[in-house]
Design a binder for this molecule. Structure first.
Ligand code: CXA
Ligand code: CA
Ligand code: CA
Ligand code: CA
Ligand code: ZN
Length: 309
């Protein structure tokens, strides 16, 4: 459970309830589904938001993933905010209705449900990051593009950036991989854009993470330019700093690198509030949830527009 003063944050079961309620209140535009199972057997749920949600229509698909890292609880609130914004305002807000009618929006609020539950299992936050396998894995170092290539992760099972014994060794990343792979229809990946939400530092990041090169294999200068242009446009609306993720530090096995290299998905990482550690760091008070999730509304709209180009 969350401390009483932070009751605004959703536990795993409270998150499940939000998804089920959205599906029952908006049956025509919300389809509740499952991505897979965590190490401890929890369902990894997802919702699809679109007109005729139960039908796979020929519309650009966009994916939002949250809580790869357990302690980054504000990100689950970001995913739930996206769900709320695109359902509650459907039919009344023209831009929202156009987005829902013209896209298929996938939202995965907790990629790492076991880690989330563990982090709040004590009397105080545990500062937990990884999953809950016997040798806990940093899910954002466990993806399969250039896995473990470049000193951007650790091979030490005791390290907070432990990459696992092999790519996709974690059931959580393997489940999400299988879901994305399943969106290849007649040889074409239907998902064209993605944001993976993290905290904190207030950044908009794009691949590659494993190299500082802008034109490494699978990324032309034009493609890099598009990442930078869209990244900067989104950052201009939320006040985050835009950059290639490797400018901060090199990471190998990250989700963005795999989404782009494997599927040509325009894949970003957003590091949310706060800008710097200070007292709040990974645990800002629940009073900031509404403000700091709404802060990304324009950026999300930009990505949905961009997904159709
Ligand atoms: N949430 S975070 O602090 O762990 N950062 C994430 C995302 C990230 C990746 C590369 C550079 C900056 C940030 C990570 O996987 O390291
Ligand atoms: Ca509070
Ligand atoms: Ca549709
Ligand atoms: Ca479709
Ligand atoms: Zn993170």
């Amino acid at each position: 459970e969350f401390p009483a003063e932070d009751s605004g944050y959703h536990t795993y079961s409270e998150m499940l309830t939000e998804l089920d309620e959205a599906a029952s209140w908006h049956p025509d535009i919300v389809d509740r589904t499952t991505v897979g199972r965590s190490a401890e057997g929890r369902e990894i749920p997802a919702v699809k938001i679109s007109d005729n949600a139960g039908v796979d229509e020929d519309e650009p698909e966009v994916l939002f993933t949250c809580n790869q890292h357990a302690r980054e609880h504000l990100t689950a609130e970001m995913c739930l905010h996206i769900l709320k914004r695109y359902t509650d305002n459907y039919g009344s807000d023209r831009a929202i209705s156009d987005a829902v009618d013209g896209r298929e929006i996938w939202v995965v609020p907790m990629v790492n449900p076991d880690g989330v539950a563990h982090d709040i299992s004590g009397s105080d936050y545990l500062g937990w990051r990884r999953n809950r396998q016997a040798n806990p894995v940093d899910l954002n170092r466990n993806w399969g593009h250039q896995w473990g290539c470049c000193g951007g992760s650790s091979g030490d099972p005791n390290s907070s950036t432990y990459r696992g014994p092999e790519a996709f060794s974690a059931p959580e990343t393997a489940s999400l991989r299988d879901f994305v792979n399943s969106r290849v229809v007649d040889g074409t990946q239907q998902i064209t854009a993605h944001i993976d939400f993290h905290t904190f530092s207030e950044l908009v990041l794009w691949p590659y993470g494993y190299t500082t090169a802008e034109n490494a294999p699978g990324m032309t200068r034009e493609e890099y330019r598009r990442f930078a242009d869209v990244g900067k446009a989104m950052a201009a609306t939320n006040g985050y700093d835009p950059m290639q993720s490797s400018e901060l530090y090199v990471t190998d096995g990250s989700v963005n690198d795999w989404m782009w290299a494997e599927h040509d998905i325009l894949s970003f990482t957003f590091e949310m509030y706060p800008g710097s550690g200070g007292s709040e760091g990974f645990y800002p008070p629940d009073e900031v949830i509404q403000r700091e999730t709404s802060r990304n509304d324009e950026a999300v709209s930009i990505l949905l527009d961009e997904s159709g180009r």
